[in-house]
Ligand binder design. Structure first.
Ligand code: G3I
Length: 353
């Protein structure tokens, strides 16, 4: 009896949550960012996680009121999508897509080939080139093909360079297929969705240097060969006080190749405890990054990595750091949001032609 009551209760909760998800979300107060971003023709996006999208109305409200696009923080990665060979799980990706489409948000796809979050069968497998190529083509074809025409841009290859320096990362793909795994993945994604913008997404390139130079050389080679590479993602995981001065300059090198660029994973982490003065400085840093994007003709948008500080990857990965996103753990906007708004509000919108 008690068990039945509990089961009945959870059934009600499940139904209620499902209904809440299905309701139009037009009651949240609309922030200033979406309209301003639209005037500039850029996206201001945010990385989202599946669980809070399903269960947390406050989380959904922050997203719909303040952003124009979403990136799946984890659920489109290989270990989520194809946890066992040949077994695809679309529940998470479909949740993100449904939420985005119901709310008129663009979607960035993240990510197809990455050395992290690979399922055990893939990471621990022993594959020759032919078999691995076929595995890659199947995964890319299934995932990109499922959402053909609905995902604006894909991070096709994530972090292809070693953490530091100019060497390509010695990941599974490089080890078996050699450097051209990158071109092969781009072609496979292009075949699955010829309209999607295809990116290489990298960190540690925002301030120039050897890694940025090596990525530039790779991108130049791919472009010259006619490989379908359309954009470079600047992840932009910054430390407070170390946001590069000339992000726009680095971006322009790549747009000079005819590529678009985007800030794809912006956050600015602050040492604990974050003081009011540091949060004010952080606002100026957020403003500077958005201004850099607006200053570069080929920069299509800025995505923030995490909806609130309580959902950010930073405390788990960088103990002692905190407060990296524009919203606090209480879901209230922080000065950083004002920094974004100031950047978007100050710049004249492009003249319509
Ligand atoms: O999936 C397990 C789940 O089964 C388990 O119950 C739970 C318990 O903690 O952990 C879950 O795994 C977590 C995973 O995200 C999925 O949610 C890991 O603990 C967690 O460490 C992992 O972190 C993600 C990280 O990528 C993994 O490399 C972050 O959320 C995500 O923000 C981060 O995103 C990356 C970008 O994709 C690429 N650029 C760098 C960026 C930051 O690392």
């Amino acid at each position: 009896m008690a068990l039945a009551a509990v089961a009945g209760c959870s059934a009600v909760l499940v139904v209620a949550a499902a209904l809440a998800v299905a309701l139009p979300e037009d009651e949240a107060p609309q922030g200033e960012v979406p309209a301003l971003a639209a005037e500039h023709g850029v996206d201001l996006g945010v990385a989202v996680a599946v669980e809070p999208l399903l269960w947390d109305g406050g989380y959904r409200d922050v997203v719909t009121a303040n952003y124009t696009s979403v990136t799946a923080e984890n659920t489109m990665k290989w270990d989520s999508v194809q946890p066992e060979r040949g077994e695809f799980d679309w529940s998470g990706p479909d949740t993100v897509m449904d939420f985005a489409e119901r709310n008129g948000l663009d979607v960035r796809g993240h990510t197809l080939l990455w050395h992290n979050q690979q399922p055990a069968w893939l990471a621990g497998g022993s594959f020759g080139p032919q078999e691995l190529r076929q595995i890659m083509r199947e995964h890319v074809g299934e995932l990109v093909g499922r959402y053909e025409g609905r995902i604006t841009a894909w991070d096709v290859v994530n972090e292809p360079f070693a953490d530091e320096g100019a060497q390509l990362r010695e990941n599974l793909w490089y080890g078996v297929l050699g450097q051209d795994y990158i071109a092969e993945a781009l072609w496979a994604a292009h075949e699955a969705d010829p309209g999607a913008r295809l990116y290489i997404n990298e960190f540690g390139i925002e301030d120039g240097g050897a890694k940025a130079d090596a990525l530039y050389a790779l991108a130049e080679d791919l472009v010259e060969r006619g490989v379908p590479l359309h954009g470079i993602g600047f992840q932009s995981h910054f430390v407070h006080g170390q946001v590069p001065e000339d992000l726009a300059g680095t971006m322009r090198r790549f747009t000079g190749l005819g590529l678009e660029v985007a800030v794809t994973e912006l956050d600015v982490r602050v040492p604990e405890p974050a003081t009011d003065a540091e949060l004010a400085d952080q606002a100026a840093e957020y403003r500077r990054v958005v201004e850099a994007c607006l200053d570069v003709a080929g920069c299509v948008g800025v995505t923030v990595w995490g909806v609130t500080d309580g959902h950010s990857w930073i405390p788990e990965w960088f103990p002692g750091y905190t407060a990296a996103t524009p919203f606090g753990e209480d879901y209230r906007p922080k000065p950083a949001l004002e920094g974004i708004v100031e950047a978007l509000a100050r710049r004249p919108a492009p003249v319509a032609s």
